[in-house]
Design a protein around this ligand. Structure first.
Ligand SMILES: [Zn+2]
Length: 249
């Protein structure tokens, strides 16, 4: 029963995550007015705002203009719901904190994926809650994580400067502050390794499939987010693997 409740809350938060990612990227007010159709810009009916269900009830089409509603909406809603359920059932401590972090991460992925922007407000929100979390729950790690955060920022800033912003945007550089605060050292090294490896891998695949042109911007934010989540969940296992590779274990 509690699982179902968490799932439904997740679906609703996911609906808000969609709004958050898209409106912040376009510099719009997030609470201002009701959502509109992406095509005909008519205001959606209250009944069409029910997450996931309304998408399928409408057959994936707008009630007014009958053009396609982006599959992004139900995907994000369901992803949030399953992530919340996963966080709860995996028995992580600080469940609510992790759910909030995940929601903000997903909003960043949407904004970066669709508009190549990582909204400052999302990064600042994440920095604030991560800092607060460290101060309250793990003050013994605070110094490590603060220094990691600064180091990560410096590292990406150097790459950003050397590549003149071609490999990543300044939003990615700012996001590394969050990574440092959540992961600390040496975990941050693993996270960067995963992010650069997957980012480059996907970039090459897209080039080969002719889905992307050489020199075209591929958002790096989603890879940083993914790497942070993977490293956070499997930090112990990944550390062992890395030490083995380096021959230190
Ligand atoms: Zn429409």
């Amino acid at each position: 029963m509690i699982e179902l409740t968490i799932f439904i809350i997740g679906v609703c938060i996911g609906s808000f995550v969609n709004v958050l990612g898209m409106r912040l990227a376009k510099g719009k007010n997030i609470f201002n007015d009701r959502s509109v159709c992406d095509h005909c810009h008519k205001k959606l009916l209250a009944i069409d705002l029910i997450p996931v269900l309304s998408y399928f009830m409408l057959g994936g089409k707008c009630r007014f203009c009958h053009r396609k509603i982006s599959i992004q909406y139900p995907i994000v809603e369901l992803t949030t719901a399953f992530a919340f359920l996963g966080i709860y059932t995996a028995g992580f401590p600080h469940t609510v904190f992790l759910m909030v972090v995940f929601s903000l991460f997903l909003a960043i992925v949407i904004a970066d994926w669709k508009y190549l922007i990582i909204p400052n407000s999302l990064v600042f929100a994440l920095i604030s809650i991560s800092l607060l979390f460290n101060i309250v729950y793990s003050p013994q790690l605070l110094m490590n994580r603060l220094l990691t955060s600064i180091g990560a920022f410096a590292f990406l800033w150097i790459i950003y400067t050397l590549t003149r912003g071609k490999g990543m945007g300044f939003g990615d550089v700012k996001f590394s502050l969050v990574m440092g605060l959540l992961l600390g050292y040496p975990q941050i090294i693993i996270a960067f390794y995963i992010a650069f490896l997957t980012g480059a891998g996907v970039g090459i695949i897209l080039l080969l499939l002719h889905k992307a042109k050489f020199g075209q911007h591929i958002p790096f934010g989603p890879f940083l987010v993914l790497a942070t989540i993977v490293t956070f969940i499997w930090e112990k296992q990944l550390l062992i693997i890395f030490l083995k590779i380096l021959g230190l274990h």
